[in-house]
Design a protein around this ligand. Sequence first.
Ligand SMILES: Cc1cc2nc3c(=O)[nH]c(=O)nc-3n(C[C@H](O)[C@H](O)[C@H](O)COP(=O)(O)OP(=O)(O)OC[C@H]3O[C@@H](n4cnc5c(N)ncnc54)[C@H](O)[C@@H]3O)c2cc1C
Length: 435
Amino acid sequence: MRKEELSNWGNYPKVKAELHFPESAEEVRQLLSSAQRLVPRGNGRSYGDSSLGKAILSSKRLDKFLAFDEKAGILHCEAGVLLSEILEVVVPSGFFLPVTPGTKFITVGGAIAADVHGKNHHVDACFSEHLLFIDVVVETGELIRCSKAEHSELFWETVGGMGNTGFILGASFRLKPVETAFIRQESLKAKNLEEVMAFFEESESWTYTVAWIDCLQKGKNQGRSLLLRGEHAKKEDLPAKWKEKPLTQPKKLQLNMPMQLPGFVLNTFSIKAFNFLYYHKQFSKSSKAIVPYEPFFYPLDFIHNWNRMYGKKGFTQYQFVLPKEKSREGLKEILDQIRISRQGSFLTVLKLFGKSNPLAPHTFPQEGYTLAMDFPIRKGLPDLLKKLDEIVLKFEGRLYLAKDAFMSKAMYEHTYPEFPKPSIFSSDQQIRLST
Ligand SMILES: Cc1cc2nc3c(=O)[nH]c(=O)nc-3n(C[C@H](O)[C@H](O)[C@H](O)COP(=O)(O)OP(=O)(O)OC[C@H]3O[C@@H](n4cnc5c(N)ncnc54)[C@H](O)[C@@H]3O)c2cc1C
């Protein structure tokens, strides 16, 4: 056991916690017998308070690969294994993660508990879609293997269940075969929201799509953005220099944010300037390239500790989804509200989700557009978020629990009506939202 001050990726809120590092179901069982609230935690890459609490059950020492069937592309590993570690092993063998979020520094347990989505939700759904089984230690201390066929109730409560049903010890899931470690990428410049939405809809046959929006534009420029779409490159797509070793990425430079930046560095001017430069980095309406998979999937991982850019007070990510038929109107209202508040977001990411899975009620994605924005913690922020919540509710959307630190109890109860009641495994977030 270790005592530490902890926060998740947003550096807000912070808690003083006791950390436990079990290595087996038996050790989890022993800790449970002390009957205090024990919060499951992976790599703390959620943004708010979803893996925080006074006593933490970390998966850090559950870091073993248990089996890798290279023929069938099936991996069985412990819950604390990072996606980055999986990629290092499976890509050279011609496989890729079936679903990955925008950072590879998350654990398998965290991927299951948040039922993460990637840029391919409209094609490949969420992480749960690819799971064969998961092993969970539940409140009674029992270790239960559950899947879509066996103990299916526990399975569907656990995926997207944010750790509430128990501590995930390990999982088995199917990987995706790939011929190369590269992506065939196209980048399209959209002059406004109408155009980027049209690009998304005409790109539905592409496996990966995502757009970076300049959230401070108004009028006919509102929603101007760059949309990226991509496919795993085939061997014949590669230039000669990469053809010889198609499953090896070129080595790259890794940067680090050495310290917290002072809060004033992020202001309307710097955010406007960044968004201007980002939008104009591409001159032509469209461009094509073959790129290694890392900059395509994980552009932010290139700078270690980039979250320090937001200073000591930290930041929050606000991610919501709106039903598809209401998205256009809702997104306009949200973007108007942000511009009026003069609290723009450096990075604003838009994605189009495909159909949701009715068996997985806690999983965030629903068919429609999802927008994610980062806001520094400062005085006017709670008021802005309250106004955004009202718009999200008006258009029948909801927020992503893995990013949330501010949602009200009323909004949570209205938008996650089937979420289980707090248990011995509940995080500070669950307690905040249910009491
Ligand atoms: C830069 C960046 C980009 C991101 N992009 C995306 C994205 O594109 N799509 C997306 O879906 N998410 C995205 N995320 C969010 C991230 O994928 C999720 O928050 C993920 O759950 C973090 O995993 P973790 O291992 O760090 O878990 P933690 O943050 O430690 O925990 C997250 C939740 O999982 C639970 N949990 C963790 N381990 C276990 C376990 N062993 N047993 C039971 N419960 C457990 C915790 O209690 C908590 O509720 C992004 C995050 C960052 C920082």
